[in-house]
Design a protein. Sequence first.
Length: 171
Amino acid sequence: MTTDLHVLQGRVHVVGDNVDTDRIIPGKYTKTLDTSELASHLFEDYDPGLVDRLRPGDLVAAGDNFGCGSSREQAPIAIKAAGVQCVIARSFARIFFRNAINVGLAVAEVPELDVSDLAAVLVDLRGGTVTDVATGKVFSATRMPAVMAHILAAGGLQAYLKAGGDYTVSE
């Protein structure tokens, strides 16, 4: 499976600043390898009803420092397993950002992001923009390093390496 790095479209579910990995997926669920089980508990301690409002193809929009806390890989795995196609945030904890790429979850850092809950957005990962469809406002995203974009496009680090991925990719 590869991720289309052109334009993703969906509605956003807005969460706040400093949403840590324990609030994304509570630690008591991190022992399971069942990704659907992880997904069913997504944001349980942050907003218990959010997982029921998510639809496949939705996005999560966050404030600053999304994914802070522990380095648990289960956080981006749970988000992806819940059908979220992309997380956009003003900023990410670096380990969360890297774990998201490694598991094939699209992420975009958008420092001036300001969208409303359930807004329809277009995310152009290659072009580095997020557009609020209703307002027409365009936000600039931080450009992802080329090797990380290739890992994401391959569907994650394992798929990238199986396909003969090269860490010396540059653009």
